[in-house]
Structures are given as structure tokens and as C-alpha cells.
Design a protein around this ligand. Structure first.
Ligand SMILES: Nc1nc2c(c(=O)[nH]1)N[C@H]1C(S)=C(S)[C@@H](COP(=O)(O)O)O[C@H]1N2
Ligand SMILES: [Mo]
Length: 435
């Protein structure tokens, strides 16, 4: 039904006229990527929030190294990137090469991606409001079905492991490995984290709110300040999700790694959308519109779609699943002793399927050896691996890791270019020095 409506052009663009949007973005030179650093207006006061949203009751610390993020961001753990904080992969090992985390990333080390700034929301006044033509009685926004935190906690709870990975994770390699300039946050590989999430299935919340058979899209919206880039206001961070995905495995999460959500990761409640790009997992969710027609917002019309010579002239469909990647738990340009055996560690993941195989090359990609998988590969998480390497001769070396998932997706030498630099899936060159 959704596809038929989509093809017939039956849809509602929420807030932004697409042609206007394209023209403005082109003129401002920020095409596509909301995070275009320097073009961001500072977070606005919550007093400007529409009346239907409960107001936030504070603002983040002024002394954070990244404005708008509340938690401490020690330089050993994070690389500041505009309004965001990237996780350092080398921080997952101590000086003796021992792991400092398990499969999941502790909350205090988890990367942060904010379009604007972390709002501080009073959990007692917070409400999740559901409304729209896809609910029984088609309640309008001002007569929404409401759940407070206690209501959600009283519903059957579910625990899932899931990765949150920014669509732009690895973006900087489009430039450093492929010579292409792309706008947006220049992530290396640390725009990702894995956690255990607890909450109630979105399917359950939708059912209780009166989901009808005619519903095709849901549109969760965040309570963070409205997003402004290049002088254009885009409104609340919000991205439509087809009902099929919403009913499948999406979680309305209130806990992360066994503790209530912290402000930077969406407190009091966020969505967790397994396998999909991070933007789907809306933080600080305050409302969910449920519609009997496909919905659009800037986050699925111009942001988070693929544009470029290898894509349709009008761009790809909205990006959903993540691609295959690998990362070493090792500093770039690490120095390793010659004539000694080193255990190299890393992790591999795919949004589409469990990891099947990881191969490592230490000689510039000529010879590939299988890494030993240290986890039972799962679709909802990454797989840790290791491989021993004994370099005899001093000098510069290039390490490479390449993963293949059970659907046969593997990492190419070169990622297909797209203008915004999303979904970088090529093998990443990791230089080290043997001394
Ligand atoms: N309301 C809201 N939700 C949001 C965002 C945001 O800026 N505002 N950023 C999204 C993006 S682009 C990513 S990658 C993930 C990051 O989640 P994290 O900060 O918990 O790591 O949150 C998503 N949810
Ligand atoms: Mo993201």
C-alpha cells in the first residue's frame, strides 16, 4: 500500500517544500549534510518550542569541549568534531594491549552525534505523544494519545543489543583515500557504538495508541532545538520510518547498558532502529505522528539520500541499512616493535547480516589472511576478531581489514562516491610503523 501511494505521488512533505529546500541548500553550499560544521546556528532556547512539546529545563555545561554535549569528553577517548564527539578506537585497548570494554561500549565512551545540542528534559514532565491519520479516530496533534515514562515502564519490556552508526561514519576516507571532497562531519571510523538497550517495542506502543490497518508511515520527532543550517530552519530533527520497520524490531528505549538513558544519548527516551543508519534512532523523542500516507521530512528528502553519478538523477531512495566495515583497535600511525609477535585486534559489522569472514593484510593488500573471530557473529552487533602478526623488518606498513557478511556483502577497494559521503564501505588503510 505504501509503495503504491509512493509511486502515485501521494505523500505529504512535512514543513519543507522540496524544491525550495534544494534551491536553498544548493545556494548555501551545504547540500545534504546537516552537520556542515560552521553553518550550524547555536542551539536555540527551548522557549521557542511549539506549545505541544514539554519545555526542556536546563542547558548543557558551558565547559564541555564540544558545545552542546553534557558528558565529559576526555581527549584519550574522543575526538571533538563540531557538535559531535567521535569515539577513538585505540582507546578500546590499554597500554599493554588489553581490552578495556566488552562487546558493548560503556555509555561514557559512546560517540555522540548531535545536530544541535543535548536538551535536558525533565522526565516527570516528559510525554510521548502519538497522533495522526494512521490511528483510530485520527487524533490531531492537540488531541494526541499520551504516554508518560511510568506508562512505558509498565508495558512489557524488551532488551536488545544494537549498534548505532552514523550514516557518515568513515566519511573522511572519501577524501583521504579517494581524493573526493565531501561536506559534513569528517568522521574516521568512530561514529559508531554498540550497546544493550531496554525499553518497549514500538509495535506495542503503536498498538496501544490505536494503530489502524491503513497506517503506512510513522514520524518520530526529537525535543532538541530546531535544526538550522545555511540560514534555513528545518524544524525538529525527525525522520519518517515505514510502519513495516516500526513493527518489526524498533525499540522505544529508556535504558542503555542497564542504566537510565543519559542526556546525550536521548534521555528520557529514544528510538533504537537496528541495522539502520543512526539518524533513524531519534533521540529525545517527544512525538510520533502515525500517517495513512507516506511522509517526508528534510531527513529523508535531501539529507540521508545518495546523490551522484552512480545514482538516479533525483537521488536514491532514503538510506536505510548500514554497510560492511572493519576497524582496528589500534592508533593510526602506531609504533610496533620489529622481530616480535603482535596480536592485532579489531571489530567488523554490517547492517544487513552477521559477519561471515574477516581477512587482514599487512603488506599493502597483496596477501590476505583470515582473522580469528572472537564472537559468535550476530546481525545486531559487531564481531570482535584478532590476528597475530610478526613483522621482521622496520619501516612503514599498511594494515588492512576486510569483512564479508552472510549475505555476501564485502568491502570493495573503492567506495561508490556520493555527494554527501554516506555509507563509506571500502577497505580502510591503517598505517603503522615498525621500529
Ligand atoms: N533528536 C535527535 N535525534 C538524533 C540526532 C539528533 O541530532 N537529534 N542525531 C541522529 C544521528 S545523525 C545519529 S548518528 C544518532 C547518534 O546517536 P548517539 O549520539 O546516541 O551516539 O542519533 C540520531 N538521533
Ligand atoms: Mo548520524
Amino acid at each position: 500500500m505504501r509503495r503504491r501511494q509512493w509511486l502515485a505521488g501521494e505523500a505529504r512533505a512535512d514543513g519543507v517544500d522540496r524544491r525550495t529546500l534544494l534551491r536553498l541548500l544548493t545556494a548555501a553550499g551545504v547540500l545534504g549534510t546537516p552537520a556542515a560544521a560552521g553553518l550550524l546556528a547555536p542551539g536555540r532556547a527551548s522557549a521557542q518550542a511549539p506549545a505541544a512539546h514539554p519545555p526542556a529545563f536546563g542547558s548543557p555545561r558551558a565547559d564541555s569541549p564540544v558545545s552542546g554535549i553534557v558528558k565529559p569528553l576526555p581527549a584519550e577517548w574522543f575526538v571533538p568534531r563540531g557538535t559531535n564527539a567521535e569515539m577513538r578506537w585505540d582507546a578500546l585497548r590499554d597500554a599493554d594491549g588489553r581490552a578495556v570494554t566488552g562487546r558493548h561500549i560503556p555509555v561514557e565512551r559512546f560517540f555522540v552525534r548531535n545536530h544541535t545540542s543535548t536538551p535536558l528534559i525533565d522526565p516527570d514532565r516528559w510525554r510521548l505523544r502519538l497522533f495522526g491519520s494512521g490511528l483510530r479516530g485520527a487524533p490531531p496533534a492537540d488531541r494526541a494519545v499520551e504516554f508518560d515514562l511510568d506508562d512505558l515502564r509498565a508495558l512489557p519490556a524488551t532488551r536488545i543489543g544494537a549498534l548505532i552508526e552514523c550514516a557518515g561514519n568513515g566519511r573522511s576516507y572519501f577524501t583521504s583515500q579517494q581524493g573526493r571532497t565531501v561536506p559534513g562531519t569528517p568522521w574516521t571510523l568512530g561514529g559508531i557504538g554498540s550497546a544493550q538497550w531496554r525499553g518497549v517495542r514500538l509495535a506495542e506502543v503503536l498498538r496501544r495508541a490505536g494503530l489502524t490497518r491503513g497506517a503506512v508511515d510513522v514520524l518520530p520527532a526529537g525535543l532538541d532545538p530546531e535544526f538550522v543550517a545555511g540560514g534555513v530552519g528545518f524544524g525538529r530533527v525527525r525522520r519518517p520510518l515505514p510502519v513495516a520497520k516500526a513493527l518489526d524490531d524498533v525499540l522505544v528505549a529508556y535504558e542503555m547498558n542497564g542504566e537510565p538513558l543519559t542526556p546525550d544519548h536521548g534521555a528520557p527516551v529514544r528510538l533504537v532502529v537496528p541495522g539502520w543508519i543512526g539518524i533513524a534512532s531519534i533521540k529525545w523523542v517527544g512525538s510520533i505522528e502515525v500517517a495513512d500516507q507516506p511522509l517526508y521530512s528534510p531527513w529523508n528528502t535531501d539529507f540521508y539520500r545518495l546523490f551522484g553519478p552512480d545514482y538516479p538523477a533525483d537521488g536514491s531512495a532514503p538510506v536505510t541499512t548500514q554497510v560492511v566495515k572493519c576497524a582496528f583497535e589500534l592508533a593510526r600511525d602506531a609504533v610496533l616493535a620489529a622481530g616480535r609477535s603482535h596480536r592485532l585486534h579489531g571489530r567488523s559489522w554490517s547492517g544487513a547480516a552477521p559477519v561471515r569472514r574477516v581477512e587482514v593484510s599487512t603488506d599493502g593488500g597483496r596477501r590476505w589472511l583470515p582473522a580469528e573471530l572472537r564472537d559468535e557473529p550476530r546481525a545486531d552487533n559487531w564481531t570482535r576478531w584478532s590476528i597475530d602478526w610478526r613483522p621482521e623488518r622496520p619501516g612503514p606498513y599498511e594494515l588492512r581489514a576486510r569483512a564479508t557478511d552472510r549475505r555476501g556483502n564485502t568491502q570493495p577497494e573503492v567506495a561508490v562516491f556520493n555527494r554527501e559521503g554516506y555509507l563509506f564501505d571500502a577497505v580502510v588503510v591503517h598505517p603503522v610503523t615498525v621500529a
